[in-house]
Design a protein around this ligand. Structure first.
Ligand SMILES: Cc1cc2nc3c(=O)[nH]c(=O)nc-3n(C[C@H](O)[C@H](O)[C@H](O)COP(=O)(O)OP(=O)(O)OC[C@H]3O[C@@H](n4cnc5c(N)ncnc54)[C@H](O)[C@@H]3O)c2cc1C
Length: 387
């Protein structure tokens, strides 16, 4: 008999989980609050301000799931260089040539990644149901798990929570989280830029928080601006012309003249679930961990969860088997924690003006830039593994 899997949340991670488990023989249903028409999204000219740096591990997974070929035909931007600065004199440059590869990753609009996965559902007979309202409770027996809505119930062998950082499923099974809300938020600014396709993404660490330039498919790019919430609230209510002037006086010169198209402010939180499973319920992606977006690793960690979960279920007949779910957690927890801690060390280490620390980190950037083998290892880790 086929394993029955219900997934709450059809974002990038939930959608990838659905295809991966359907490919392993499961009968999959996704419950989603905001269903999309993937073909309409893939052909739309509307640019999504939410973008993600998709690393090489995630690219390989998206290839395996059939999504990457669709994305390659669409608006994606490969990047070959990644530079971190404190000042022009102190920078650390990662270059794809150093590890003998064509690119480090792609910058892709989240809606396109999600839609390219949804476009595969028909082929794998994945059912999608639009749900209104939150699930109210979850009950479990030795063999099944049941999700209860006001007027409907869903019973499965495995229930996957892919419903993001504020996961209701996680809450219903009583899994707590440790973490905090950062003092700062970050603003994403979608710009249209008069320059050829850019392949270098950069980030500058300033005392007020990091700022970053993320090239998108020309003529667009995304700017990320960390600051305290009051300052971002002020910037957000400026006209696009006024915001452009603020960008010009706070960012390094951009590669061409530009116009501000859209802006959005995102709260920042770090959150880690105390356990990744409870009986036949398992957490993936942001439902299990949310990370400071500083180095663009959130969804990449989520895609690694998907691969690890599928691997843990490969050798079992029962996809809800708690032992297999523990195996998945064992594989992912430390890796997720390590990445979260590394991001925080960079974030807190750089966002201040303490003199000895400033001296130390400038030295660290210089040493790291000449660190040969170590630098290559860091780069490979950021790409998601060996490529
Ligand atoms: C500013 C910013 C920049 C980022 N940049 C990067 C980057 O460069 N690279 C990177 O890897 N990551 C990045 N991230 C992180 C990345 O966006 C997240 O890690 C990723 O979106 C998580 O995907 P997910 O599918 O787990 O959750 P989500 O994207 O939150 O998706 C959850 C889905 O579940 C649905 N849902 C929620 N509740 C319910 C419910 N009760 N019932 C049914 N459906 C429900 C939602 O509608 C949604 O479709 C960034 C994040 C931010 C804020």
């Amino acid at each position: 008999m086929k394993n029955k899997v219900v997934i709450v949340g059809g974002g990038m991670v939930g959608a990838a989980t659905a295809i991966k488990l359907a490919k392993q023989g499961a009968s999959v249903t996704i419950l989603e609050q905001q269903c999309i028409d993937p073909h309409a999204v893939l052909t739309s000219e509307k640019i999504d301000i939410r973008i993600s740096a998709i690393n090489r591990f995630s690219e390989a997974l998206l290839d395996e799931l059939g999504a990457m070929p669709l994305l390659r035909e669409n608006r994606i931007a490969p990047y070959t260089q990644l530079e971190a600065y404190e000042s022009v004199q102190n920078s650390l440059l990662f270059d794809s040539e150093e590890v003998g590869t064509s690119h480090l990753g792609h910058l892709i609009e989240n809606s396109l990644t999600q839609a390219s996965l949804w476009a595969q559902f028909e082929q794998w007979q994945i059912q999608v149901e639009q749900v209104d309202g939150l699930p109210m409770s979850i009950t479990q027996s030795d063999d099944t798990v049941t999700l209860h809505y006001k007027n409907k119930t869903y019973t499965a062998d495995l229930l996957v929570a892919a419903d993001g950082g504020r996961s209701q499923v996680r809450h219903l099974v009583g899994i707590g989280v440790t973490g905090w809300q950062y003092q700062q938020s970050c603003m994403g600014v979608l710009i249209k830029i008069d320059a050829p396709q850019q392949t270098k993404t950069w980030q500058q660490f300033k005392q007020t928080g990091p700022i970053a330039f993320l090239p998108m498919h020309a003529p667009y790019a995304n700017l990320i601006w960390y600051h305290d919430s009051a300052e971002l609230a002020r910037l957000k209510q400026l006209s696009n012309e006024q915001l452009k002037a603020e960008i010009q006086s706070n960012f390094f010169a951009l590669p061409g003249d530009f116009s501000v198209e859209e802006k959005a402010v995102f709260p920042l939180s770090r959150q880690h679930a105390n356990t990744y499973s409870q009986g036949r319920v398992v957490l993936v992606g942001d439902a299990a961990h949310t990370i400071n977006p500083l180095a663009g690793q959130g969804v990449n960690l989520g895609f690694k969860d998907v691969a690890a979960l599928a691997e843990a279920l490969e050798s079992t007949d029962d996809f809800g088997c708690p032992l297999a779910l523990h195996k998945y957690e064992k594989k992912r927890r430390l890796d997720n924690l390590a990445m979260m801690s590394m991001m925080d060390a960079c974030y807190f280490g750089f966002s201040n003006d303490i003199k000895p620390l400033k001296h130390l980190r400038n030295l660290a950037l210089k040493v790291a830039d000449n660190a040969g083998v170590l630098k290559k290892q860091v780069l490979k880790h950021a790409m998601g593994g060996d490529f």
